[in-house]
Design a protein around this ligand. Sequence first.
Ligand code: NAI
Length: 487
Amino acid sequence: TRNGIDFAVADLGLAEFGRKEIRLAEHEMPGLMALRREYAEARPLHGARIAGSLHMTVQTAVLIETLVSLGADVRWVSCNIFSTQDHAAAAIVVGPHGAPEEPKGVPVFAWKGETLPEYWWATEQLFNFRDADGEIVGPNMILDDGGDATLLVHKGVEFETTGVVPTVDDDDLTVAEEYRIILDTLRRSLAADPQRWTRVSADIRGVTEETTTGVHRLYHLAEQGQLLFPAINVNDSVTKSKFDNKYGIRHSLIDGINRATDVLIGGKVAVVAGYGDVGKGSAEALSGQGARVIVAEVDPICALQALLEGFQVARLDDVIGQADLVITTTGNKDIVTVEHMAKMKHQAILGNVGHFDNEIDMAGLARYPGIRRINIKPQVDEWVFPDGHSIIVLSEGRLMNLGNATGHPSFVMSNSFSNQVIAQIELFTKHEEYSKDVYRLPKILDEKVARIHVQALGGELTKLTKDQAEYIGVDVEGPFKPEHYRY
Ligand code: NAI
C-alpha cells in the first residue's frame, strides 16, 4: 500500500513509459473515447465497484480509465499469468495525475510471469474494495475474461453453503494443480470469514464476460440453475467476436511467433486446429505470410469454410509429422497430445491461442521419459526428446499472442471494450430488469460501436431512403439485420 492504494505490480518506475503508450492507444481507441465524451456528465457508473479480470495490457489500461471516468471504483488483475504488460500496470496504479512515490490511480495486482498461486492470490484481491469508512466490501460488478473471477465467487459460495469441498470438473479447469490452488485460496478465506463469498455474491449486480471460453462457462452455470447473478455475453456482440477474435488474432498471432522465434513463416506448413473465429484469423495470417495452411476441424460447416478458402482439411494425427508450426484455437481440451509432440519435426513450433492451456498436454510433455527442457528466453522453451529431436513450445501452452507478444492491437480492442463498457452500464444501472441468466446486447448497440469505428477509419456509410428501408423492412436508422443474421 502506498498513498492509500494497495497494489502488486512489477515496478512503478515503468509508469511513465506506460503512460506514453496509453496516450498513443487512446487515439487508436475511438469507441472508448466516444463513450467517455458521451457519459462525461451523467457518469452512469458512479457507485459501481468493478472487479476486473482481463489481460492487464495498454489497451486494457484505456478501458480501466474509461470505467473510472464514468464514475466507477475499480480493482484489476490479469486473467493470464503471462499477459500483463508491466508498464501498463504501473501506469494504471500511478494514474494520470500521480507519481511513482504518490500513486493516485487504480489498485492493480498483476505482473508478467506470475506463478499460479500468485495468480489466484491476485484474483482474490479483486474482492477487497474499501468503503468510505475503510471497511472491506466486495465489488458490485465483475468484468471477466475467461470466467476466473466469476468461478472464484461461485466455488466460494458452493463451499460455504454445502460445507463440502466443491468439485471442479475437468472442463472447468486446466490442471489438477490449479484446482488445488483455488481450493487452498478458498480454504484460507473461509477460515478467516465463513460467509465471505455469500456476502460478496449478494452484492454483485452482474458480470460482463469477454471471451468464448468464459461465455461457455456462464451458459453452463445458467443451464444448471447455478448462476448467482445476471451475465452479459460480450463475446457474441458481432463487433466483438467477428472482429477481435478474427482480425485481432490475425495481427497478434504472427506478432507472437515473430517475437518468440523470428522464423520465416513463408513456405512452411502450418496446422491450425479449430476454424472458428480465432482459427479463421490464424489461418488467414499464416497463409498471408506464405505458409501452407492445414486446418483440423470437427464441425463440417467450419471445415467446408476452410476448404473453400483454399486450405487443406485433415486430421492432426495424419499431418502432425509435416507441420513446421502447430497452433491450437479450439477452446477445447486435449487437442495436441504428447504422442503428437513426439512426432513433430525437429524444432517445429507449438503454440496455443485458445483461452486455457489444456489444449496442449503440457503436463504429459513434462512427464515424458527422458525429456529435457531448455529455456531459450522467457516464454520460449525448447523441449528435447530422448532421440535428440526437439520442439519449441511458446508460453508454456498458454495464450501465446499475449505471452510472447502484446495481444491484439488497440483499434480492434476498442470495439470489444466499447461493448464491455456499454454492458457494464446496462447491468449496473438496470440490474432489476435482468434475472440470473446470460444476455446479449441489442443489435442497435452493436451497430453503434461499429459506426464509431467506421467513422474513425474514414468510411462513409450509405444512408437508406425511407422507401428503401420500408422495402427491406428495417428502420432508416437500423438495426439493419434480423437477430438470426450471421455476418
Ligand atoms: P469458436 O467456437 O468460434 O471456434 C472454435 C472451433 O474449434 C470450433 O469451430 C470448433 O468446432 C473447433 N473445435 C472444437 N474441438 C475441436 C477439436 N477437437 N479439433 C478441431 N477443432 C475443434 O471459438 P473462438 O471464438 O474461435 O474461440 C476459440 C478460443 O480462443 C476460445 O478459448 C476463446 O476464449 C479464445 N480466444 C482467444 C483470443 C486470443 O487473443 N488469443 C481472442 C478471442 C478468443
